[in-house]
Unconditional design. Structure first.
Length: 230
């Protein structure tokens, strides 16, 4: 099945990096959909000539109000060809982003034609997975009813080199999908957290509909191997 492969570049790279990386990625013959999410300021420098390459942002405002210093509106993101937006990444939640803000961002994104990629995940290796249902329910609570994607990102797996077992991933994905279904949503769910060239083939054996990738997306050569399935 066709996968959704998302690069979360976080606060990395520079103009030259994005110009080069997007040029190479656009030349690939891709069967999966690839979404490149650079920092806002670099969005204009990414090429998008391949129909399977899409652009995404790493955040969007939770209030549509021009008196919002430092915020970025969905219209601004769309002007630079964004189709997706990552919402509620754990690194933002750590900085004070609440479930309510996530819900507002989902509404703002969907109401303006952007597809949210909402990150959910438990804190530690031994944390219960109950938090997932709560986070999903909250994220959908103000949804405008349009397409939405979730990313299961166990916080302990992000950047740690550790990944959950396939059976744990599948259990988490089921909770997310079931909760979404109870709320009348059919959603795609990605896996994110230390996906790399060495483990991605194994992780593909899970029920995930694709990956959200941090570290490896900054190493274009390795990232391309994953996109090509090498
Ligand atoms: P990682 O990051 O791939 O570096 O673990 C994933 C993420 O934070 O989205």
């Amino acid at each position: 099945m066709e996968k959704l492969l998302v690069a979360n570049y976080k606060m990395n790279g520079n103009k030259d990096f994005y110009q080069k990386a997007s040029k190479i990625i656009n030349k690939l013959s891709l069967t999966d959909t690839v979404v490149l999410c650079p920092p806002f300021v670099y969005m204009p420098f990414l090429k998008k000539s391949n129909k399977n390459v899409k652009l995404g942002a790493q955040d969007v405002t939770n209030v549509v109000n021009t008196k919002s210093t430092g915020q970025t509106s969905p219209a601004m993101l769309k002007e630079f060809n964004a189709e997706y937006v990552i919402i509620g990444h754990s690194e933002r939640r750590e900085n004070g982003e609440t479930d309510l803000m996530v819900a507002d961002k989902v509404n703002v994104a969907q109401s303006n034609g952007l597809i949210p990629i909402v990150c959910v995940g438990e804190k530690t290796k031994v944390s219960k997975l109950d938090v997932l249902a709560e986070q999903v329910k909250m994220a959908l609570s103000k949804s405008a009813g349009a397409e939405i994607v979730f990313a299961y990102e166990p916080i302990w797996a992000i950047g740690s080199g550790e990944v959950p077992t396939i059976s744990k991933i599948n259990k988490a994905l089921k909770i997310i999908k079931d909760t979404a279904k109870e709320n009348k949503f059919n959603v795609k769910v990605l896996y994110g957290g230390s996906v790399n060239v060495a483990n991605y083939k194994d992780l593909l054996k899970s029920d995930a509909d694709g990956f959200l990738m941090g570290g490896v997306s900054n190493k274009t050569e390795e990232f391309i191997k994953i996109l090509k399935g090498e």
